[in-house]
Design a protein. Sequence first.
Length: 282
Amino acid sequence: MGGAAAFIRDMQDDTVRTYDELEQQISSLSLLGMTPQYFQAEESNSNFLPQFLKGQSVSPLTIEIVQWLPFRESLDLIYKNIQLNSYSQESPVRSLVITSALPGEGKSTIALGLATCAARLHKRVLLIDADMRSPTLHKKLNLPNDRGLSTLLASNGNIDSRDVIQSSNSTIDILTAGPIPSDSVTLLSSEWMQKLISRFEQEYDLVIIDSPPVLGTVDTIQIASCSGGVVAVGRIDRITRGEFSQAISVLQKLNLIGVIANAVKELPHSYKSVDEDDEEDE
């Protein structure tokens, strides 16, 4: 009876367990790449940490993941694939929305990682937290959030964005979400939102927008309508096939560039640097 119950439970479980299962769900879409499931790094190299994170009292996990070599190299490849997809369009994508079907799929960490990759390639980047229902970027980076995107949108142009954007000595600037508004949809659907993104696209090489999850709210649809492209993050062992398909059907009506498979247990391909001593042994 126990075996039968387990069999029925497995049959009813719709969770995406492997990368192959996720790939089957996106057969008609572009898979931009995959990031590995995080394991505590044996060693890290602070040289790869973005300048605005150095010396900050930020979340240790944020620092570890951003500078963890397998994650960093996976994001490098993903960013390059995004660029290649962008080049195939009539005009390069200057603003990129990072979203997911559900909370907890890693979209905010992916957004931060992509911003870091672009900055390492000498791009001037603006990273925006547009999740005004449950903002997290300021917590990850230990930044004040008394003013942010909600402040700019509510001001209707009466506040200079340069007074709100938290500029750094590196090539990454940060715009936190700001105080949680009573009606985020009204702010995000305003004409001023379109003007802000358009202006940021002219001032920066790339604008990366950490957006709310797709399912349950209209916020991401409003944000994506003002942006050049959308990237969906799907976390293995977190998302179900039904939820993922529902989210993709919404995003395909927008400018969906492709999908990132997050937290893959074993990457199918890897290419590591080899020390000279190891090379001689081979």
